[in-house]
Design a protein around this ligand. Sequence first.
Ligand SMILES: [Zn+2]
Length: 104
Amino acid sequence: MSTEKFCQSCSMPLDSKAVLGTEKDGSASLEYCKFCYQHGAFVHPEMTLAGMEYRVRARMAKLDLPADLVNLAVGRLPFLKRWSGAAPRQNMGPVGAAPSDKDH
Ligand SMILES: [Zn+2]
């Protein structure tokens, strides 16, 4: 496994199926973790980037992670899909396979 994926909302590593969020149809989300995204919607739709930074810092502090790592994770937040201005795909109907979505 060389592809590292991060939740596009909170930047936590999506390294296990157990942490993946869920789409509206119950399938696993490949972009968001279950703490951010469930049943095709954000768990905290009112969350702001500043609020997420605070949450990530608090969570990582609990895990006693080094400050460098915390700053790296927080610094990554503004570039994630949720915060970079690229809205998550809405469920407006069937969508063709995305060009970057090659599973086979
Ligand atoms: Zn997340």
